[in-house]
Design a protein around this ligand. Structure first.
Ligand code: IMP
Length: 226
């Protein structure tokens, strides 16, 4: 059992489940849950590079039975994925759910972003077609990260980046809808930014920063409150 370690007496006042979670955080893996998406993993690997945390992904658990993502929001889907992964892998887990919301399409493709069409080029083509003749090309990328332990979700964190949908794809980097999304304040699409530049402003980076703040705060309560 991963959490079966002798704890100093001062930790005794902390609720057992929380303590197990944050104590284990200090000593072991933090899993990127429910994604085999190499692009996402690469972004998280860079975001987590400074942390003293071992990152694993579900690729390290080849028999993992992926849960059905049947939530009706990014937060619900992220929670389903994080809870299932933490239970199966028996370590704290985080999962994200993300997508593109386009104003003129009443928020579509939203939580259906990855299933909007069979491939990235087809998804982009479909979106551009639906926006033909529309003046309003405002959109936002949203990412919700859920953190879970022992099958229970502890918190969710939302990040967003606002921008405009271009009229044709530009750039070779990134993935998904990156070539047609131009973030506010830039004259380049996400796919024309380097991964480092994208990671400074992306929806995933924003959600990740909030999640890390939460973890740091909880750890400092454990470390300093006695
Ligand atoms: P999921 O979060 O793995 O369910 O899928 C999110 C889908 O939204 C991806 O497959 C992409 O189509 C899209 N998406 C999410 N984040 C990004 C991003 O940073 N760039 C481009 N597309 C994204």
């Amino acid at each position: 059992m991963l959490y079966n370690i002798a704890l100093p007496r001062r930790y005794a006042i902390v609720p057992a489940q929380k303590l197990n979670f944050f104590w284990s955080f200090k000593i072991m893996a933090f899993i990127v849950a429910a994604t085999g998406n190499q692009h996402k993993l690469a972004e998280y690997a860079q975001l987590l590079a400074d942390q003293d945390i071992e990152v694993k992904s579900l690729n390290d658990y080849p028999n993992y039975p992926e849960p059905e993502e049947n939530g009706s929001s990014f937060a619900e889907n992220a929670s389903i994925k994080a809870a299932a992964a933490s239970k199966y892998c028996d370590v704290p887990a985080f999962a994200d759910d993300s997508g593109l919301e386009v104003e003129a399409l009443d928020g579509r493709p939203g939580i259906h972003s990855s299933r909007y069409a069979p491939s990235d080029p087809e998804r982009i083509a479909k979106l551009l077609k639906e926006l033909e003749g529309k003046e309003n090309r405002r959109a936002r990328f949203v990412c919700v990260i859920a953190i879970a332990a022992n099958g229970e979700v502890l918190e969710t964190f939302e990040g967003e980046v606002k921008g405009t949908i271009l009229t044709s794809p530009r750039g070779e980097n990134g993935f998904g809808y990156d070539p047609i999304f131009q973030p506010d304040g830039f004259d380049k699409s996400f796919a024309e930014l380097t991964q480092e530049e994208k990671n400074r402003i992306s929806h995933r980076a924003m959600a990740y920063a909030k999640a890390l703040e939460f973890v740091d705060e909880e750890l400092s309560i454990l470390d300093g409150g006695f």
